[in-house]
Write a protein that binds this ligand. Structure first.
Ligand code: C2O
Ligand code: CU
Length: 565
């Protein structure tokens, strides 16, 4: 054998060593992306007239990185609407400037402008996602964000043969989605109900216009697949299942769980789940399907079913799909939801804060407000729909809270957000009075303080399961139950051993959820319901976490291209 390298051997060895060392040092790779937002007709989805897309794709491009990598994403707004993007599930340590919610951490990117987001991944691993955080643009401006284990390490389960992102979305046939919140706000009534849910941008097989484009997952018999399931739907939580197949849930919100088997999922808007699928059934074509879990009594919702196809390799594509969609729990089946979510446990033992510095009880409500004009609103009793956290219905300020806080600009927000409901009452009882006010109020937390936040659902107008998402953090879900939270009894039943760590938690209908976290990420962080109509009505609030004492525990400086208002 001949060694044919034109450099002396010692040099070559030195070179390889050098290359090896540089590889070690620069192991965290930097990925650069450009995302262009456009508004145009989109023929691939049943000839939809006007829709926002990213790089002309729906869903938008999948971002891929390894644990600990960095991403630099240049967002160019070529659409006719304001835009911001949020990296849902990414912690954004010390960097709220790249977090995205408009008027909370930045002013929107105006048409024709651009902004560069920087994402430094830390503990995220699994499926997270990205989406617009400006008005209702997220309906179509979203995509998967897959974080693989660190280079050289592997999944805590056998490596799957392949993976598929499955993004659940929502589609309005006749409406320009961007007009929905404006007209709902004008009338005070309900935002328009959608015409279909979608899987990877298609309503699917049950809709004639979409049938030929139905998304298909092709599998080799006997192999295992990793499904990256993301609920990007605006207004409904969903049940999801695959006919004849058992699913194995391994992660949620980019954090591993002890794996468990199930025949269906309940996934809320905002949540992502990593799910293993074993192609161990008879070679055939099967339905994947999703439809609403809607628990609010009397609320209208989209009752349609979206489908995709699970196609075993070798089965002729021309075969008609003569199987039934999988059996999904009934729309209002809260029991099925509880049964599913009570199985979440962190994979590894976790370090839960036990000594609590700050205790918060937030009552989250859908309610009604008086109409301001003489013309009655179109909500119940001629009033307008509203949502609140501790009776405050959040209003966007005129410039972002982060800038106002950082530059000490007064009059933009107040620091007196109530830490408990202003009046104590039977939150889950009947016929509740509920005075609600507009406000832009925050809670300020000390750096490194330990926080217990109890989210208390209420039955003010109608109780509902609210998927509450915290930006900048993940939290431990230590407890959950129905009825009113009992400060004496309920903490005795907390799971302080292996509670799931999540970024978006479904607070049960007419119940409560307790979460804990350490406020160790300085910045301005939004907490909100991920059901868009509830957020539009005001179910948002903000935490400001103060800087720590050292240079490395302080917020970063604002980037030079930060959009102005
Ligand atoms: Cu998925 Cu405030 O975000
Ligand atoms: Cu909600």
């Amino acid at each position: 054998m001949e060694f044919k390298l034109n450099i002396p051997n010692t040099l070559a060895i030195g070179f390889f060593l050098f290359a090896f060392l540089t590889f070690q040092i620069t192991e965290a790779k930097v990925h650069r992306h450009t995302l262009k937002i456009k508004s145009k007709a989109y023929t691939r989805l049943c000839n939809t007239k006007e829709i926002l897309t990213v790089n002309r794709e729906l869903p938008g491009p999948t971002l891929r990185a390894y644990r600990g990598d960095k991403l630099i994403v240049n967002v160019i707004n070529n659409a006719n609407y304001n835009i911001t993007l949020h990296w849902h599930g990414a912690r954004q340590i010390r960097n709220p400037w790249s977090d995205g919610p408009e008027y909370v951490t930045q002013c929107p990117i105006r048409p024709g402008q651009s902004y560069v987001y920087r994402i430094d991944l830390t503990i995220e691993e699994g499926a997270i996602w990205w989406h617009a955080h400006s008005q209702w643009a997220r309906a179509t401006v979203h995509g998967a964000f897959i974080v693989y284990p660190k280079r050289g390490s592997s999944y805590p389960f056998p490596t799957p043969h392949r993976e598929f992102p499955l993004i659940l979305g929502e589609w309005w046939k006749k409406k320009n989605i961007m007009d929905i919140p404006g007209s709902a706000n004008k009338t005070g009534g309900e935002p328009a109900i959608s015409d279909a849910y979608t899987i990877n941008g298609q309503p699917g097989y049950l809709y004639p216009c979409s049938k030929p484009d139905t998304f298909t997952v092709t599998v080799v018999p006997g192999r295992r697949y990793l499904l990256r399931i993301i609920n990007a739907v605006m207004d409904e939580e969903l049940f999801f299942a695959i006919a004849n197949h058992t699913l194995t849930v391994v992660a949620k919100d980019g954090l591993y769980l002890k794996q468990f088997n199930t025949t269906y999922l309940m996934i809320t808007p905002g949540q992502s789940m990593d799910v293993l699928l074993h192609a161990n059934q008879r070679s055939d074509r099967y339905f994947l399907a999703a439809r609403a879990y809607s628990s609010a009594f009397g609320a209208g919702f989209d009752k349609t079913t979206t489908t995709a196809i699970l196609q075993y390799e070798g089965v002729p594509l021309t075969d008609e799909l003569n199987r039934n969609p999988p059996v999904l729990p009934p729309y209002n089946h809260t029991e099925a939801t509880t049964r599913f979510t009570s199985q979440f446990r962190s994979l590894r033992p976790v370090n839960i804060p036990v000594k609590i510095d700050t205790r918060l009880l937030y009552a989250i409500s859908v309610n009604l407000m008086n109409c301001s004009d003489d013309k009655p609103c179109t909500g119940p009793y001629g009033k307008r729909f509203s949502s609140s956290v501790n009776n405050i219905s959040f209003v966007n300020p005129s410039i972002d809270i982060l800038r106002a806080y950082y530059r000490r600009i007064g009059g933009i927000f107040q620091e007196d957000f109530p830490r408990n409901p202003p009046t104590e009452f039977d939150y889950t009882g009947e016929n509740l009075p509920f005075p609600t006010r507009f406000g832009t109020k925050v809670v300020v937390l000390d750096f490194n303080s330990s926080v217990e936040l109890v989210l208390q659902g209420t039955n003010v107008l109608a109780s509902d399961n609210h998927p509450i998402h915290l930006h900048g953090y993940s939290f431990f879900v230590v407890g959950s139950g129905f009825g009113n939270f009992d400060r004496q009894k309920d903490p005795l039943r907390y799971n302080l051993v292996d509670p799931p760590e999540e970024t978006t938690v479904g607070v049960p209908r007419n119940g409560w959820t307790a979460v804990r976290f350490i406020a160790n990420n300085p910045g301005v962080w939004l907490l909100h319901c991920h059901i868009e109509r509830h957020a539009t009505w005001g179910m948002n609030t903000v935490f400001i976490v103060k800087d720590g004492p050292t240079k490395s525990s302080r917020m970063l400086k604002p980037p030079p291209d930060l959009p102005s208002c």
